[in-house]
Write a protein that binds this ligand. Structure first.
Ligand code: AMP
Ligand code: GLY
Length: 433
């Protein structure tokens, strides 16, 4: 089996790692474009993740049996449609189903059509209309918090949880002023601010059947106690405390099943990975967003608990036989702590020399996933982006998993390295809103 992973982050390193670790049959792994850490376990292909034509050509010429896509942009641009037209096997939703992530307005209207609980919202077609909606008081008085979202993909920069009406108006102006692309901002979602604990629920789906992964929690803010700007994610955990069985069953009945049924009814049965971002409010769970791919860094914490053969799961998705598969997860807890470069989530400093990686790698039950690394001239490890490493560990309980992560982190250093010391701590589970 020759498998191509598209993407270059910690998520993709975890995918490659899990494909190797639980393989029941030999496989050859490729990653495009990957990073220097991934190059230790898969062949790097020097093609960017959004160059769909070049990826398809590579898959054909290199006789790739199965392709798995990490990031959202190629999915939204139709990589799955292109591969399938050429008879290439690929895991992921087609362009139409990918709108659940690539258009927030589409996702909100989809949820309305299928009575899936989500924040109350309005869609505006221009910044002026958005400001009018805000001024109308429909989302509360001047002091009320309200959320402004760019419709399109904006790499995490398109959502502002504003603490007041004037801050929301300011956010509309900033987003319109070029903080996100004009295309992403051609429609604007205004929605009520919800409060509660956030949960990431990921599942495999073949269009007919689905299988849940262990629920995860992401830590989006850069600073401890959930302060500072949003990031792609500074750490993640899986643990029994993230979601109890009763609430999970509730979410399956009211959200997961109606979502998958809705996609079938609308003619785009969902195949691939669905990531439902939820907030558990006092009135019950609500969907914050859909992602049509693995989360980063949720995937790192989730996949270290996988005991089944991941290639077998992906194969079952493409062959529509997920219903026949039992997926085995360890009963452990897990944690992933992201180590970031100075400047992140703004423009990061890169090229710093990373010390101690080999030592960190030797810790028991710790996996060091590379998100953005390169090798220097003399083989030294260098930082190559904002999120650089995801130190991930499993243990019988969350405390021990976190201890293992932080002990390994103590071995690592570079100039400007920063990370949150409160990943997975209950007091860091600040309520949004
Ligand atoms: P999204 O990309 O829609 O998930 O938004 C990114 C983050 O913004 C979420 O993970 C939440 O932390 C926050 N957020 C989005 N929508 C809301 C909402 N309606 N109420 C409170 N927080 C929200
Ligand atoms: N960690 C959130 C995401 O991948 O979108």
């Amino acid at each position: 089996m020759r498998i191509l992973i598209v993407g270059s982050g910690g998520r993709e390193h975890a995918l490659v790692w899990a494909l190797r670790k639980n393989a029941t049959k030999p496989s050859e792994l490729f990653c495009a474009p990957g990073n220097a850490g991934i190059a230790q376990v898969a062949a790097r292909v020097r093609v960017k993740a959004n160059n769909i034509a070049a990826l398809a050509k590579f898959a054909e010429e290199s006789r790739i049996d199965l392709t798995v896509v990490g990031p959202e942009a190629p999915l939204a641009a139709g990589i799955v449609d292109e591969f399938e037209q050429r008879g290439l096997r690929i895991v992921g939703p087609g362009r139409e189903a990918a709108r659940l992530e690539s258009s927030k307005a589409f996702a909100k209207e989809f949820m309305r059509r299928h009575r899936i609980p989500t924040a109350r919202y309005r869609i505006a077609s221009s910044p002026d209309e958005a400001i009018e909606i805000l001024q109308s008081g429909e989302f509360g008085g001047k002091e009320a918090s309200v959320v402004v979202k760019a419709d399109g993909l904006a790499a995490g920069k398109g959502v502002v949880v504003a603490s007041s009406r004037s801050a929301a108006v300011q956010a509309v102006r900033e987003l319109a002023g070029g903080a996100v692309s004009a295309e992403a901002f051609s429609r604007i979602v205004i929605e009520e601010t919800l409060s509660g604990r956030e949960v990431s629920l990921l599942l495999f789906s073949d269009g007919k059947d689905f299988r849940l992964m262990p629920a995860a929690r992401d830590h989006k803010r850069v600073g401890e106690n959930d302060t500072g700007p949003n990031t792609g994610g500074m750490g993640s955990i899986t643990d029994g405390s993230v979601l109890d069985d009763a609430m999970r069953d509730n979410i399956v009945r009211d959200i997961v099943e109606p979502t998958l049924q809705g996609a079938r009814d609308e003619g785009f049965p969902f195949r691939g990975l669905l990531f439902i971002g939820l907030i558990l409010t006092a009135d019950g769970p609500r969907v914050l967003e859909y992602n049509v791919r693995f989360g980063d860094p949720e995937t790192q914490a989730i996949l270290v608990r996988l005991r089944s053969d991941l290639a077998e799961i992906f194969g079952a998705i493409t062959e529509r036989r997920l219903g026949e598969l039992e997926i085995d997860w360890s009963g452990d807890s897990s944690a992933c702590v992201v180590l970031a470069s100075r400047g992140y989530p703004g423009p990061p400093e890169t090229g710093a020399q990373i010390e101690g990686l080999d030592l960190a790698d030797r810790h028991e039950r710790v996996a060091v996933f590379h998100a953005a690394t390169e090798r220097g001239e003399h083989g030294e490890w260098l930082t190559a982006g904002g999120r650089v490493l995801g130190i991930t560990a499993t243990a019988r309980d969350l405390d021990l998993a976190l201890t293992r992560c932080y002990e390994a982190i103590a071995d690592i250093d570079w100039d400007g390295m920063h990370y949150r010391r409160d990943i997975g701590r209950p007091e860091s589970w600040a309520l949004v809103g």
